[in-house]
Design a protein around this ligand. Structure first.
Ligand SMILES: [Zn+2]
Length: 245
């Protein structure tokens, strides 16, 4: 199924498709003042797939192997789990989708800059000019690699995570009265637990949490506790396989 802004949820759609579709329509109608991220991705010349992931801590924007700039890009998303923070505030799955879409948007934007530079290089009349443009291309490519192909917890990864956490996600959090994260790896801004909201727009744990969902919550919370201990002891995050969301 291909999402088009404003289209109704396709008939017979699964719960995942229904919730994701409604969330995308909401995000389309509530863009950042300077950029409509959903529009940008819908109109981009690359495809962006959104797949269901059962694990609550597995939301992720994935760019595939290094160097594969033209390959289709994937977001993993679970529309039923939110997060709670140390100050008692929480956030809905909607914000998690906005966060992953923001990664996808920034990636797509950088790839488009690279494509434009390549076209400019081709059209440049002299070798010297071509070399100058190629050097600029290399700089942008290094920047993209730094953000999207570095180890989880590395400086490049943190830079991109902090950007995404304080951009569209923060804008929506403020608008909706949900938890605003100003960075990504601090005790204050790292979740204390996962909550089964059962709905993409809700930031409250529902009363009807099934056995399976409880189990998934417990497993995710164990990982969160370990990561929080690491954050507390200020250890390098490099060796920790922290969940990427
Ligand atoms: Zn992220």
């Amino acid at each position: 199924m291909i999402f088009k802004p404003g289209d109704p949820v396709p008939e017979g759609a699964s719960d995942f498709v229904t919730q994701t579709w409604e969330a995308l329509n909401y995000l389309y109608k509530n863009p950042l003042p300077n950029i409509n991220i959903v529009s940008y991705l819908v109109n981009d010349n690359q495809n962006y797939d959104i797949h269901f992931t059962e694990q609550p801590l597995n939301n992720k924007f994935s760019v595939g192997i290094e160097g594969s700039l033209s390959k289709d890009k994937t977001i993993l998303f679970n529309p039923s789990y939110g997060m709670e923070f140390a100050d008692g505030k929480s956030r809905s799955p909607l914000l998690a989708l906005a966060h992953e879409l923001d990664h996808a948007y920034f990636y797509a934007w950088m790839v488009n800059v690279l494509d434009e530079l390549e076209a400019k290089e081709e059209a440049a009349p002299t070798v010297i000019e071509k070399e100058k443009i190629r050097a600029e291309w290399n700089g942008w490519y290094d920047g993209l690699r730094y953000r999207f192909w570095s180890e989880p917890g590395s400086p490049g990864d943190k830079k991109e995570e902090n950007r995404a956490a304080s951009n569209y996600e923060a804008y929506l959090a403020k608008k909706r009265g949900e938890k605003i994260r100003t960075d990504y790896y601090s005790e204050e801004n790292y979740p204390v637990k996962i909550i089964f909201t059962g709905n993409v727009f809700s930031s409250k744990r529902t009363e009807n949490v099934g056995e399976k969902e409880k189990e998934l919550e417990d497993k995710a919370n164990e990982i969160i506790n370990k990561t929080r201990e690491k954050i507390k002891s200020n250890e390098k995050q490099k060796s920790v396989s922290r969940p990427s969301f």
